[in-house]
Design a protein. Sequence first.
Length: 295
Amino acid sequence: MSRSIRILLVLGCLATFSLFSCESDSVGESTEPSLIVKFRFDKNQQRLNNLGQPSTVAAGNAALSPDFHSISAHYFELAQTAYTQLGQGAVLYHAPETNLGGANAIDFSQAKIVGEDEVFLSIPFSQIAAGNYEWVRVSLAYQNYGISVRQAGVDYPGTLASFVGFNTYIGSHSIGNNFFDIEGNRKQGYWAFALDDYPYSIDGQAPEGATTVPNPLASTSPIPAGSCVVTGQFSQPLQITGTETHDVIVTLSLSINKSFEWHEVTADGKYEPAIGESVVDMGLRGLIPSHEVAP
């Protein structure tokens, strides 16, 4: 397969939803030394915009740092340099997709959902090309977290399910005892919310193109519009030789610093959907990857 064709296929799977099969649709358990990938959520990590620059909450909006429960991603890539184009690094994971909903979409029924510091991927080093990797690209797909909503002057805890992948086919999903039967595709920005202690639930859609996806390499290695490929740089490059004797843990620290953002009707910093305050942005606000040899 030529280099130009491979680039088109990768961009197709992330942006135009054409059928595509990456190097590996699933990663099984292995007894040989492996690269272990985990997530971490940091409310104090710098809040970035789409270009990877420091960002404040837009005028007329408010935001909060949610209480993260779990996350899922559908694409993982190690990139050698800032000039390595999307898909030209080591593409190590691509979750299952489906066209049951018409256009190609992430298959939510097969998503691997994990909590903080749980193993998301375990990839034997024998399946990774040797080299020095400076950057990580991870396409996020699903988030589940706690937020507070205000109703008639009282704050109530609830749980929000956030779908930030380019397009997701959802048969059904649930929040506690609340079930959402979808049986179709939902574009980036679909969300569902349920109160924790009361029988109330609702779902909706954030504006198209409003989801923040930080990419500090926008000028040298852009990502397709509508994708959720968050990009971050190791403080020290990850060197893979092919002769590793121990596991190496890569931790993807995601900024959740005011990552849930809404348009305010009453300027009080409280999310009040009952008075028409609407969800604007649920994108993660930055990625700092790190690596260490497992003990």
